[in-house]
Design a protein around this ligand. Structure first.
Ligand code: PLP
Length: 475
């Protein structure tokens, strides 16, 4: 039986979102406005609505108008703030369908279609890496095939990756606990989630050791063997070496090929953090940046960054399925493979028990754009970052610290660190542009993440002019 309330609500929501897209596309509102929370709540009429339970018709319409006007507008082409995708509308419908069906697929029976699409998207990623996915619905040797699991974000994927590395190295770890002499080697520019992971695993953050880097912060592979020997002579045992693809601050790729060779030679787990930079894996033009990525034992990949997928959607991918099957318990592989059912349970492979239909969201996004559509979008964002850096470096009063390798663009006016922070503060107050800042090479930079498909050189030039103007006004 049809539910007339629901049909009305759907129309109201659709109208509101269409209007939101129009507001963004035609810049009828600023990209960001931050009102005080109390003001927002009163504007939303939150206290009254929750008491009366009458969120429909005109109330729903008003509520949505207020909610959307107080939302940060990622679809506005001046949004360059953070590494969060501008979701493709069809991908966003994936979130809606997922919320509606609520097939929280910890086990296969709770979401056969959701599980099938998760496996399908995992395999899509594995094939782009150049690993062979385990066959679907057939017996296979888990030593011979690659596998993966989708997670609620890259931080959780990094944690799952190092849990997997730990179980692979110490099959009895769940019984006996973590040895006291473990260390993890990370790039100088690594994401904070890695340090946190090392802390969570009980290894101790001081045992999260930064590898020597060049002036731009890229790992210097030729110095790793000496570091390994030095640590070994001190009685340390290296759990894993991490490479960036790419770093968070400035978006540079580490020399994965060389790091991979060193890991293989020393029999050390090689983990690649491709949360932001996995786009290079699927791009013919930029694939050279991830040369050797196949040598990794594990890779993380965020779809909610450069793959136009709504949050949250990330994946941990492993070269050998057996490692992931055994990540959380020695016996897991039996449970996963011997259960008589036409699909797989994901709960044995993930920190999470209840999980969203992550594969659905990524699938609907890419299926709406087509593979060439997503490849072109990803390449265009790096192309734009490079073009923008050339333009900025041609100006007398601005500079970029490095030529971009992904969609991340850092720059500054003058060389006063505090001034960059002050400029961003003023810029956000105007709401005309939304950018972030970062510390990089011991200095403060303004930072753009070129993730919106509509951002172009016109936006960049407008931003530079605005920054120049604010800088002058600050005196
Ligand atoms: C964003 C990012 C992460 C964390 O991913 P979340 O999805 O935000 O949890 C990890 N590593 C790198 C390199 C990142 O850029």
């Amino acid at each position: 039986m049809k539910n007339p309330n629901f049909e009305n609500d759907i129309k109201t929501v659709t109208n509101a979102l269409n209007n939101y897209l129009d507001v963004c596309a035609n810049q009828k509102s600023s990209v960001i406005v931050q009102r005080p929370m109390s003001e927002i709540l009163s504007n939303l009429n939150a206290s009254d609505l929750i008491k009366k339970g009458n969120l429909k018709d005109g109330n729903l319409e008003q509520f949505l108008e207020s909610y959307l006007s107080n939302s940060t507008k990622l679809h506005h082409k001046n949004y360059m703030g953070h590494q969060v995708s501008v979701p493709h509308p069809t991908g966003a419908l994936g979130s809606y369908i997922d919320g509606f069906t609520n097939n929280a697929m910890a086990i296969y029976e709770m979401g056969p279609a959701a599980t099938a699409l998760e496996v399908f998207m995992i395999n899509w990623m594995l094939e782009h890496i150049g690993w062979t996915p385990a066959p679907i619905n057939e017996e296979y040797d888990a030593n011979e095939y690659a596998s993966g699991v989708m997670t609620h974000g890259g931080s959780l994927a990094n944690l799952t990756a190092l849990v997997t590395a730990r179980s692979a190295k110490f099959p009895d770890i769940w019984e006996n606990g973590t040895p006291a002499n473990l260390v993890v080697l990370v790039p100088e520019q690594s994401h904070y989630s890695l340090k946190r992971t090392v802390g969570i695993l009980g290894i101790g953050e001081k045992n999260c050791i930064k590898m020597p880097a060049d002036d731009d912060g890229r790992v210097l592979p030729e110095e790793i063997p000496e570091l390994i020997n030095d640590l070994k002579s001190k009685g340390k045992d290296i759990l894993a070496i991490v490479g960036n693809a790419c770093g968070t601050a400035a978006g540079l790729y580490d020399p994965l090929d060389k790091i991979g060779d060193i890991c293989a030679e020393h029999n050390i787990w090689f983990h690649v953090d491709a949360a932001h930079g996995a786009g290079a894996i699927v791009s013919e033009k930029y694939r050279h940046l991830v040369k050797g990525i196949r040598k990794a034992d594990s890779i993380i990949w965020d779809a909610h960054k450069m793959f136009r997928t709504p949050v949250l959607c990330a994946a941990l991918l492993v070269k050998k399925a057996i490692h992931l099957d055994g990540a959380f318990s020695q016996e897991a592989s039996y449970l996963v493979h011997d259960k008589e059912q036409p699909g797989v349970d994901q709960m044995m492979r993930a920190v999470e028990c209840t999980k969203s239909g992550l594969g659905l969201k990524m699938f609907m996004t890419i299926a709406a754009m087509g593979e060439n559509g997503i490849y072109d979008y990803i390449e265009s964002r790096t192309d734009l970052a490079i073009e923008a850096s050339e333009y900025i470096n041609s100006l007398d009063d601005f500079e970029c610290p490095v030529t971009p390798e992904t969609s991340i663009l850092c720059f500054r006016i003058g060389n006063d660190n505090q001034r960059q922070l002050d400029i961003r503060k003023e810029l956000l107050k105007t709401g005309e542009y939304y950018i972030s800042t970062t510390e990089y090479k011991k200095a403060r930079w303004l930072r753009c993440v070129l993730i919106n498909p509509d951002t172009d050189m016109g936006v960049i030039k407008g931003l530079i002019e605005k920054v120049r103007q604010i800088n002058a006004e600050l005196g």
